[in-house]
Design a binder for this molecule. Structure first.
Ligand SMILES: Cc1ncc(COP(=O)(O)O)c(C=O)c1O
Length: 444
């Protein structure tokens, strides 16, 4: 047994399955830039960034020294009782980043799920209305509050909060009402004319939460006018609009927040994953009235601790100094173009979409019927791993390859990644992949 296999054997023995989404047999020892290494020092280019967390890449020197320094200066303070200056500085910075001329505050947690739990708890209290609306296919987290807001198959085994009504997401590739024309209006009308007039009266609806790009739902980009029309709908009925930017926020789409592409203002935004450059931290930036609706309503002992807030501050300065958002725009366009080229070669690619470095490749058995090619998607990811590329799949039909590389990725690395994807797809199409091995990995 190789050292990597030995670690995986222990992982099978001791680590809870409830914690696992596994696509292939890999355990890692180290990482630098966009490359991860296993215990035999095999190298893998990672275009998942560990579910869009490692946006500044692995092992960034500036981050390493900032964290070491912070640990020596102040390793911990429970900021819920005795605040340190890192958390306060970060709050000022984040509040300044959210568009809108209104008073803002910041809340902290440890992972995207607890940030969306903050939304699930505080929005109804602040609005003094009990109901929330969210979208089918959305993934907001795994805690009870955030899973109640979610509409993904991953949370479907739990019976969740009865106060949340779920409505279709405007998916241009698979229009929820069967036709593409006026997709935005179809969904807005459905909320206003069907939901509001029946089971979800607007006067008892506190907020609508949405992902600006529905990520785990399949990297779905709504029509350009959807968020502006949703904003208007919220304004007509005095409802808060909340955008979950846990995965695509912090520069991944070519702007700090993905919703900024539509030029709207939102009442609250949740952040997580890449915020701490790999150190766990989540946040909600919102209208003061929302986050000040009561004392001690949603807090964790380690909320906003000095290490995680220092990590977030350092992460923000790295993104600015290294002009990573500029790199996202440039490399994102290049990557997408290469994926469109792949589409001309591989019949299995039904759709290529995304913004910046949040890209999705939807695989189908047939371009006309659009039958999801779920097993083949798992096989492409597995084969890509064997060829030295780490990529995951998402989607309510498990058939969308998600491309969310570190924002530092360069053209050469993209070329290698695309060549491996090309080869992996060709191997799957020719039936040259051992499907028994692929099936050992349940994925999701
Ligand atoms: C959009 C979105 N929100 C929230 C979450 C939950 O974040 P976490 O798994 O860090 O709790 C995720 C995780 O994939 C996500 O993609």
């Amino acid at each position: 047994m190789s050292p990597t296999e030995k670690w995986l054997e222990k992982d099978r023995q001791y680590v809870s399955d409830a914690l696992k989404i596994r696509f292939y047999p890999l355990a890692v020892k180290s990482g630098k830039g966009v490359v991860l290494r296993d215990f035999e020092n095999n190298e893998y280019i990672d275009i998942s960034a560990g579910w869009a967390v490692a946006n500044i890449g692995y092992g960034h020197e500036k981050m390493a020294s900032a964290l070491q320094e912070q640990y020596k200066t102040l390793s911990f303070s429970s900021n819920i009782t005795i605040p340190d200056n890192q958390m306060i500085q970060l709050s000022e910075k984040l509040a300044g980043m959210l568009p809108g001329e209104f008073k803002k505050k910041v809340w902290y947690g440890l992972t995207g799920s607890d940030a969306n739990d903050c939304i699930a708890k505080l929005i109804p209290i602040s609005a003094k209305r009990p109901r929330m609306i969210s979208f089918m296919g959305s993934y907001h987290g795994q805690t009870m509050g955030s899973l109640s807001l979610s509409g993904h198959t991953a949370q479907a085994r739990f019976v969740s909060g009865a106060n949340v009504v779920k409505v279709p997401y405007p998916n241009p590739y698979r229009p929820p009402f069967g036709r593409m024309e006026n997709l935005t209006q179809q969904v807005i009308d459905y909320i206003e004319n069907e939901m509001f007039t029946t089971i979800c009266p607007p006067e008892s609806t506190a907020g609508i939460i949405i992902e600006a790009i529905q990520s785990d739902g399949g990297v779905i980009v709504p029509p350009d006018d959807f968020l502006p029309e949703l904003r208007k709908l919220c304004d007509r009925h005095g409802i808060y609009l909340i955008v979950d930017e846990v995965k695509v926020g912090m520069g991944r789409t070519g702007k700090w927040f993905a919703f900024e592409h539509s030029g709207i203002e939102v009442d609250a935004v949740s952040l997580g994953k890449p915020l701490g450059g790999g150190v766990p931290i989540s946040a909600v930036i919102a209208r003061k009235e929302i986050l000040d609706c009561g004392n001690a309503l949603h807090l964790f002992t380690s909320s906003g601790n000095p290490i995680s807030t220092k990590a977030a501050l350092t992460n923000l300065s790295i993104i600015e100094e290294e002009r990573l958002i500029g790199n996202v725009i440039e490399q994102g366009e290049y990557f997408k173009k290469q994926l469109f080229d792949l589409q001309t070669k591989h019949e299995i690619i039904g759709d290529v979409r995304g913004k910046g470095l949040a890209l999705g490749v939807e695989l189908v058995e047939d371009r006309v019927t659009k039958k999801p090619a779920s097993e083949k998607t798992a096989a492409v990811c597995y084969r890509a791993f064997e060829l030295g590329l780490l990529v995951f799949y998402v989607g309510v039909h498990s058939n969308v390859i998600e491309v969310t590389p570190p924002l530092i990725i360069n053209r050469k690395e993209i070329d290698i990644a695309v060549a491996i994807l090309d080869q992996a797809m060709a191997d799957v199409e020719r039936g040259n992949v051992n499907m028994d091995k692929v099936r050992q990995y349940a994925g999701w």
